[in-house]
Design a protein around this ligand. Structure first.
Ligand SMILES: *[C@@H]1O[C@H](CO)[C@@H](O)[C@H](O)[C@H]1NC(C)=O
Ligand SMILES: *[C@@H]1O[C@H](CO)[C@@H](O)[C@H](O)[C@H]1NC(C)=O
Length: 268
């Protein structure tokens, strides 16, 4: 295997009760969803999370803007949800799988769905009728993001500047995971330098080492955290703003525990 990936489990101080713990996002909740024509992936899809035109590729264009409850200081960017509406006459039982690429302020709606995602809530032939409703009652739950053939990748943001100002955005982060810490070092060096979260999937440092760069991150899922390492060159010495680099690793779920006491709902 080309990529050498080693993983160390670390114990993190995460609440172990259901109230507020991130694992509970796996439980289904009830809320509202509405159709948003402006969430079409192009050309306005820049959104708060800053995926830009790339949003169209991220999840087959199945995009959503989350409400205040989903934002979590930007941590919600890139999270995936299964959403299904509750009108048995108009809606399919499975609903749609969406990725959050944006946020909105109204707390009357949990999700604004782009065209394809909203239509996907409907039974065949019912999408037109569904779009006439202002908002529909939905059930939703956080699910693992599944980017199939994509490895975790790093977009070097345009404001980055060689040699030491590095701003990166993580793309294709799988599982039901959150990245909670990121370090960067020159390949082969143990002089790890921490990066600071700018918002959501974007991290920066003005002390980036020179030379080819490796990365490590603490990834949490449920109650557990792990260090995930890309111990090979991820960025070349002459990294370029605007360029996407493959880390050669995939992040899947890091923990198996779900939330104790999720209401049993019949999800496909
Ligand atoms: C959110 O809901 C609360 C009541 O639950 C209301 O007082 C508040 O104004 C709402 N905020 C927005 C931005 O809609
Ligand atoms: C993902 O990384 C592996 C190495 O771990 C590599 O062989 C593979 O080509 C990468 N996938 C893509 C889509 O680049």
């Amino acid at each position: 295997m080309a990529a050498l990936i080693s993983v160390i489990v670390v114990t993190l101080l995460v609440a172990t009760t259901c109230g507020g713990a991130s694992a509970c996002e796996r439980c289904a909740r009830q809320g509202k969803a509405a159709y948003s024509p402006s969430l079409s992936p192009l050309p306005h899809g820049d959104g708060v999370c800053g995926y830009g035109a790339m949003a169209a590729e991220i999840n087959g264009g199945f995009l959503a803007a989350g409400g205040p409850r989903q934002h979590r200081g930007g941590l919600g960017c890139g999270r995936c949800f299964q959403v299904r509406c509750r009108d048995a006459k108009l809606c399919s039982g499975e609903g749609v799988r969406v990725v959050l690429t944006d946020f909105h302020r109204s707390n009357r709606t949990d999700f604004l769905l782009g065209g394809p995602a909203f239509a996907g809530l409907a039974k065949p032939g019912m999408a037109h009728e569904l779009k006439r409703l202002d908002a529909v009652s939905v059930e939703y739950r956080r699910i693992p993001c599944d980017y199939k053939d994509k490895n975790l990748s790093i977009l070097v943001e345009e404001q980055s500047k060689l040699p030491s100002n590095l701003v990166v955005k993580f793309l294709y982060q799988g599982g039901q995971t959150d990245i909670v810490a990121v370090d960067v070092a020159q390949v082969g060096s143990s002089d790890w330098r921490f990066m600071t979260r700018v918002y959501g999937p974007v991290w920066s440092t003005d002390r980036a080492p020179t030379g080819p760069l490796q990365f490590r991150a603490v990834v949490t899922g449920g109650y557990d955290g792990k260090w995930v390492w890309a111990e090979q060159e991820v960025l070349p010495a002459d990294w370029q703003p605007g360029q996407v680099y493959d880390t050669g690793i995939r992040i899947a779920d890091v923990a198996r525990e779900g939330c104790q006491g999720c209401a049993k709902l019949d999800w496909k």
